[in-house]
Design a protein around this ligand. Sequence first.
Ligand code: DX5
Ligand code: ZN
Length: 214
Amino acid sequence: MLVAPSILSADFGRLAEEVRAICDAGCDLVHVDVMDGHFVPNMTIGPVVVEAVAKAATKPLDVHLMVEDNNFFVDLFAPLKPEFISFHLESERHPDRLMHKIRDLGIRPALVLNPHTLPEMTEYLLEGLDMVLLMSVNPGFGGQKFIPQVIEKAKRLKDLIEKRNPDCLIEVDGGVSDRNIAELKAAGVDVAVAGSYVFKHPQGYAEAIASLKQ
Ligand code: DX5
Ligand code: ZN
């Protein structure tokens, strides 16, 4: 299991230090949540702050857009060269066009599904995607309760991926912890995003990340 701590739960007063700490603690990706106050009822950070995150990080960035104007935000973040940019199917009229645009910018495209969106909605996009992110909470906030239906959804998505593009990764985001990680792995999930579990772990970041990897 690859682990992508979400910096939404980090101490933003010491952001660079926090980013260095999770990278030193063995994370695989640094998950950056971008919220515009329209698509989700919360706002986070823009390219100025994410540039500082990119400078501090020794692991690649995984930028999760929770915005209405995906094109605008892809253009804003592309110069920072994240490994992945993911956008929500629910906020994009032309997902096929946008995933090709992201790839043409030299970034790996990922598509995000809210809890209600059927995994079958990805079927004719999978060949152009490097990752599908399944939300296991309603997007907008850290520290919410895991929605267990995502396990069955991951299994259904895995079947489609085997058929259409076996290289495409499955990522799950929201309420991930040592209590559901084994089930997620068994369902075919490759990348676990974890915010509050990592940043509030009593034994520290390295322990938290290690407990999700095994
Ligand atoms: C929610 C964000 C998540 C969030 C996860 O909209 O996309 O990345 O930070 O936080 P936890 O792991 O605390 O649920
Ligand atoms: Zn996220």
